[in-house]
Design a protein around this ligand. Structure first.
Ligand code: FE2
Ligand code: FE2
Length: 354
């Protein structure tokens, strides 16, 4: 049974910690049973107010011990205690998930641009927290403000991280998940799209990249207005279902219409990301010169991420196979120069030290 694309999933908090070693899974599982969330120690600093209680796991006694009580500031000594165990997680009761999420959002840009941290951990953690922040956002009853804030926060942080160099970007791409969630797909498109624009135009100001990052992140936001059963259908869609699916760029565009801070280019990514250079795309059947460069980039990385991820209607394939399939299905629909640039970009980024 292939995995389901479930737009309603909100299993976000588990991503505030990614276990690096097997023994950490023991404490995480024990934590889950006891109603605790595992959190990465890099999220804490004495400068940041944390109103939640902090517990640590004592493996010799197999129990959780309170280190800091609720509403008290964390002391330098306590912080040292949490962080002295390498990347061992600390634990917070699940009732404090809201405070934790707020802290993660506040800290995300500082984390993404902290070049004192090794690039692998920094990228993995930035991706994990971004995923956590987006997970509950892409739901049919999503609050406009929440979508706007989360997409800005994540888009800005990913842009910061991409700006810190190729090694961090390489690890960011390695950290990508390829599960069927809509937010992971959005996150991947944001990483690849923003990084490709930066690769093509390194001189562009950070603010411009941040605007595009938000557009890439939100490109599929209109999917939440279509019954989720359609997205999980493993069989061929009926004519009317296909027509509905092809409306998601329009629905997305309508959803972001009232955003206070979103650029024209970001709006065009959302509206035009399924347009093809040969006029065979939707919803308008535009020609190449009518589609912005960022939307043409999105049209290339969209099938790429789709093919390299598990979907109800197919199993993921390798990067090489995905590029090959795209070529076989018809290069005329893509901007060929951008497709070539994407190949070069991918080759450069995949080779450490290149
Ligand atoms: Fe998409
Ligand atoms: Fe789409």
């Amino acid at each position: 049974m292939p995995p389901q694309l479930d737009l309603r999933r909100d299993e976000d908090m588990e991503y505030l910690y990614i276990p690096a070693r097997q023994e950490e899974n023991v404490s995480i599982e024990a934590g889950q049973r006891a109603g605790f969330l595992a959190v990465d120690p890099s999220l804490l600093s004495v400068k940041i107010a944390c109103d939640f209680p902090i517990y640590v796991y004592v493996s010799t006694a197999s129990r959780f011990v309170l280190l800091k009580a609720e509403n008290l500031p964390i002391t330098r000594k306590q912080l040292q205690q949490v962080q002295s165990g390498g990347r061992r997680p600390f634990f917070v009761p699940q009732d404090f998930a809201g405070s934790l999420k707020a802290l993660a959002a506040q800290n995300l840009r500082a984390l993404a641009s902290n070049t004192d941290m090794d690039p692998a951990t920094r990228s993995r953690q930035t991706y994990a927290i971004s995923k956590a922040l987006l997970a509950g956002v892409f739901t049919p009853d999503a609050d406009r403000r929440r979508v706007e804030e989360a997409s800005r926060c994540v888009g800005d942080a990913l842009t910061d991280l991409i700006g810190t160099g190729r090694e961090a970007l390489r690890h960011l791409i390695l950290a990508e998940s390829h599960d069927p969630g809509i937010y992971t797909h959005s996150l991947n498109i944001c990483v690849l799209g923003t990084a490709l624009v930066h690769y093509l135009h390194p001189e562009r100001p950070r603010e411009h990249l941040q605007d595009l990052a938000q557009g890439f992140l939100l490109h599929d936001i209109g999917k939440i207005d279509i019954p989720w059963e359609i997205w999980t259908k493993p069989d061929k869609l009926t004519e009317s279902e296909r027509e509905l699916v092809q409306k998601h760029p329009l629905y997305g565009f309508q959803r972001i219409e009232k955003f206070e801070r979103i650029s024209e280019e970001a709006r065009r990514i959302v509206l035009h990301h399924h347009e093809h250079c040969d006029g065979t795309g939707y919803p308008f059947g535009l020609s190449a010169e009518e589609i912005s460069e960022a939307a043409r980039i999105c049209a290339i990385i969209e099938p790429f991420d789709d093919l390299t991820s598990d979907r109800p209607y197919h199993k993921r394939v390798t990067v090489f196979q995905a590029l090959q399939t795209m070529k076989e299905e018809g290069m005329q629909r893509y901007d060929f120069d951008l497709y070539k640039a994407f190949l070069h970009f991918f080759r450069d980024v995949s080779n450490p030290g290149h």
